[in-house]
Design a protein around this ligand. Structure first.
Ligand SMILES: [Zn+2]
Length: 89
């Protein structure tokens, strides 16, 4: 069984839209435009060199943002408090 998520990028040579497959995320067969890619998938495709299916030229993908971020471990108080984290008291 093959599962992946897809990112659609534009070839810098011929402007053809190309599909890039990633197994970096949850692999739910989702499709993302290149300007709003989840972090796990962006990190997976970062630095990849591709050959355009239309013009045959190579290009490289890079991420305009962090590919490494901090993971914070914090004490869980209770579910209600977590859910209320973004709302005003
Ligand atoms: Zn191309």
């Amino acid at each position: 069984m093959s599962c992946f998520d897809s990112v659609f990028v534009t070839c810098p040579h011929c402007s053809s839209e190309e599909e890039v497959q990633s197994k970096g995320g949850k692999c739910e067969m989702r499709r993302f435009q290149s300007h709003k890619v989840p972090l796990a998938i962006a990190g997976d495709v970062h630095g990849r060199t591709l050959t355009c299916r239309s013009c045959g030229k190579e290009y490289r993908l890079s991420v305009d943002g962090p590919t490494r971020v901090r993971v914070i471990a914090e004490e869980v108080l209770d579910d209600e408090e977590w859910d209320d984290g973004l709302s005003a008291d």
